[in-house]
Write a protein that binds this ligand. Structure first.
Ligand code: DON
Length: 561
């Protein structure tokens, strides 16, 4: 059942040519038995077909994830990593951590002299996606692995129809002088340098063969067999660090999610090595000390409180968080008592300066893409999955003979030990490069439950903005009881401690808000870019119906049945 909502007056920002054209409709899709919401329409269709065949939400998530490695190459991947939150009915949610890992040869000063750039073989971490999906499938899947990977094989080998959105993204990356990898250009370039148009067909034969091997041989085909040799060969040719031994040693982890309560709801987020769950919990715990609802969503008071909560959580992120196998995250960050102390420290009429939150951290002067999808099945198993190549199209390097794009996730480590800048570069110890370490992430796939049942599945791309995007959606739904469509569409804001600036998406919808915040001491800007892409599902507690809202900032599709 599709309910068309009136067009919301969300301004169309001046967006870079990389962005998708503004979609025609904003809809909420309602369904009883299952729902998939993701950025790529063909992948959403693959996922819902798996649900219709009796697959679990995790089965569908596996199929969507591998399909998006074909149909949304800017972030969908098998050469990257991410985090999958799974809420099995009647059980505590778990997090599958399939974050990339630093190769054995990586050293703390990898980025220190500036010679390793984002589009460099040395920027690639050991990919985690295939092991992560296999682990999730082993624990929570029902249908055979091969059946879940097969639709992606067909999409790659037979090709699929490119829409205007994907055409725009491909044209953007191909037009960039920074896209120098010849194999990337061979795989994604159109004949004789022509531009991609909606309606063209993209065939990826090498990727199809790789996916076929994974479908038939399982994750070992990627980590220990011929495909591992291809990656090692690519690394040797490009001066990269990953070896076949690194690949063979890669492990996905099942981790206990970060959990907090927020106004009677249970919120579960991705734990370290993501900062997403801790950051979100810390912000919500601070905000719970205030009555937001009575003040109004767009009041300067609520905005001020959200900014102040963001600053504190991002400061703690920089100070404390890294791979928990190397640096234990302190437990107090998500305690209610700590949040209360922080809340008491907020001046209600005056912005706190970034420096004063961490006088001990010495300060110098100083693209995107990830993708999130949400799934729920007829039994109420909920999945919230965010995965990434780091930049749009990752390192822009395609592994020769294997057809997949390599991540450049190593750039998520703190690049220069000791160098934290007012510009936002972090140099604190917990997230410095070390062999075998996972780089800190901001991915925030989130499950919200009430009385043990899933209510909200959300998450987003957007680098460090991710945690704030998710916080905005959660506050919109829980505090302000917005319908999920409005909660996703509503303009977002971002403050990350440093730079000490709040960025508004569309604050011009709220005349006077930015001016008022400036009088309170905030440095505020209204940006011309969109913040995030939060493909979200909400479950109506009265009817049990699933409401899927694709975030129209990048378009996408909610497919239900
Ligand atoms: O894991 C992280 O936090 C980053 N690698 C995410 C990058 C990202 O979201 C870029 N996209 N929009």
């Amino acid at each position: 059942m599709i309910r068309t909502l009136p067009l919301l007056l969300v301004p169309i920002f001046a967006i870079p040519s990389a962005a998708r054209p503004e979609p025609q409709t904003r809809v909420t899709v309602e369904a009883k038995n299952g729902m998939v919401v993701c950025v790529s329409p063909p992948a959403a269709d693959v996922g819902v077909a798996v649900l219709k065949k009796g697959g679990t939400a995790v089965d569908a998530a596996v199929a969507v994830a591998v399909a998006m490695a074909v149909t949304w190459p800017e972030a969908g991947n098998i050469g990257g990593g991410g985090f999958m939150m799974v809420g099995p009915p009647g059980q505590e949610p778990v997090c599958i951590d399939y974050r990339e890992t630093a190769p054995t040869a990586a050293r703390v000063d990898l980025f220190a002299d500036g010679t390793v750039k984002a589009f460099d073989h040395r920027a690639a971490g050991i990919p985690g996606t295939v092991r992560g999906l296999a682990l999730a499938h082993r624990k929570f899947g029902k249908l055979p692995w091969k059946d879940l990977v097969w639709p992606a094989v067909k999409l790659a080998e037979d090709g699929f129809v490119v829409d205007g959105a994907l055409a725009g993204r491909l044209n953007w990356v191909l037009a960039s002088a920074a896209t120098t990898n010849a194999e990337f250009r061979r795989v994604f370039g159109k004949r004789e340098g022509a531009e991609w148009q909606a309606g063209d067909v993209l065939v990826q034969k090498d990727l199809g063969r790789t996916l076929r091997a994974i479908a038939e041989g399982g994750p070992d085909a990627f980590y220990t067999a011929d495909l591992a040799k291809l990656l090692e060969k690519e690394m040797k040719a490009g001066g990269g660090l990953i070896t076949a031994a690194d690949l063979a040693a890669y492990k996905a982890n099942e981790r206990k999610p970060v959990q907090t309560t927020y106004r009677g709801y249970d919120v579960y987020g991705a734990p370290p090595p993501s900062s997403g769950g801790v950051g979100l919990a810390e912000m919500l715990n601070i905000l719970e000390n205030f009555d937001l609802k009575s003040r109004g969503r767009w009041s300067p008071e609520v905005t001020h409180l959200m900014i102040e909560a963001m600053k504190r959580a991002y400061c703690d992120r920089a100070r404390y968080l890294g791979d928990p196998d190397f640096v234990a995250p302190p437990g107090h960050l998500i305690s209610k008592e700590y949040a209360k102390k922080l809340a008491v420290g907020i001046n209600l009429v005056r912005a706190t300066r970034g420096e004063t939150l961490a006088p001990d951290i010495e300060l110098g002067e100083g693209g995107d893409s990830t993708t999130h999808f949400s799934v729920i099945d007829r039994d109420g198993m909920a999945v919230s999955n965010t995965y990434t190549l780091e930049n749009a199209f990752g390192s822009r390097i395609v592994v020769r003979g294997a057809g997949y794009i390599l991540n450049n996730e190593m750039t998520d480590f703190n690049p220069k030990p000791g160098k934290t800048t007012r510009g936002g570069q972090i140099g604190t110890t917990p997230n410095l490069v070390a062999p075998g370490k996972r780089m800190l992430s901001s991915q925030t796939p989130t499950l919200v439950l009430k009385g043990g049942r899933p209510v909200l599945m959300t998450g987003s791309p957007g680098g460090r903005t991710i945690i704030n995007t998710v916080a905005c959606v959660v506050v919109n739904v829980i505090d302000f009881e917005m319908p999920v469509r409005d909660a996703v569409d509503a303009p977002r804001l971002h403050h990350q401690w440093f730079p000490d600036v709040v960025r508004f998406e569309g604050a011009d919808r709220h005349p006077g808000l930015v001016a008022k915040l400036k009088t309170m001491g905030h440095t505020a800007t209204v940006t011309g870019t969109k913040q995030g892409d939060a493909h979200t599902i909400w479950v109506d507690p009265k009817t049990g119906l699933y409401h899927g809202a694709a975030d129209t900032r990048l378009d996408g599709k909610a497919a239900g049945y």
